[in-house]
Design a binder for this molecule. Structure first.
Ligand code: SIN
Ligand code: MN
Length: 204
């Protein structure tokens, strides 16, 4: 099991959410995207499209585009409306794993098609790194790559399955991470395949 060899500050709860809870989360996401539609984020300066589509829940949402780069904002970049609230089931998750830290302000929703991936990066657009990052996987499994806090250092790979939760906090709060690949047909949750990641964070 990988659980014994994860870096200090990283925790992995395989199957934290039951199949019924995963379905509830999916239903919640479906409702949320009718209010806050998925959009295609673009990289700062180059304007290159990322392969995931995204949206957010919470008082702040993470967005990126060519002109203004990576940032948090209280409204959807296309509709201009506030993001939908973070549902109770995710507030409860945070309370259970985040060790007394105040409630999450942002929940990024990433949708991966089976050929999408995410390059290695740090989550560092928040004003403070005291709170952990808590992340939920739904749908097809992925090969998640985790490094240290310096770019180009040693990395390890973990498979994340539907219902899994992973947390990076403390010495691992700024750990590099990315998604190398999605494994098609590894979950029945999403009828058309793909993977959803939910990332809970505090922003300030
Ligand atoms: C992210 O780092 O934004 C997403 C990570 C994941 O999809 O598991
Ligand atoms: Mn990230």
């Amino acid at each position: 099991m990988t659980a014994f060899s994860l870096p200090e500050g990283v925790r992995h709860w395989p199957q934290y959410f039951s199949p019924a809870q995963q379905q509830d989360l999916l239903d919640m996401i479906r409702t949320a995207v009718t209010h806050a539609p998925l959009f295609t984020p673009t990289m700062p300066r180059t304007g290159k499209e990322m392969s995931v589509r995204m949206t957010n829940l919470g008082s702040q949402g993470w967005v990126t585009d060519k002109q203004r780069g990576y940032r948090y904002q209280p409204t959807h970049p296309v509709t201009g409306k506030p993001w939908p609230p973070i549902p109770q089931i995710l507030q409860d998750l945070w309370r259970e794993v985040a060790n007394g830290v105040a409630e999450p302000q942002a929940c990024l929703i990433n949708f991966y098609t089976d050929d999408a991936k995410m390059g290695m990066h740090q989550d560092r657009d928040e004003q403070s790194f005291d709170a952990p990052v808590v992340s939920v996987s739904l749908g097809n499994s992925c090969l998640f790559r985790l490094g240290g806090t310096k770019r180009g250092g040693k990395t390890q790979s973990i498979r994340l399955d539907s219902g899994d939760v992973i947390l990076f906090g403390g010495p691992a709060r700024l750990a590099y991470h990315g998604v190398d690949r999605i494994y098609p047909n590894t979950s029945q949750l999403l009828k058309n395949g793909g993977r959803i990641n939910l990332t809970l964070r505090r922003v300030d």
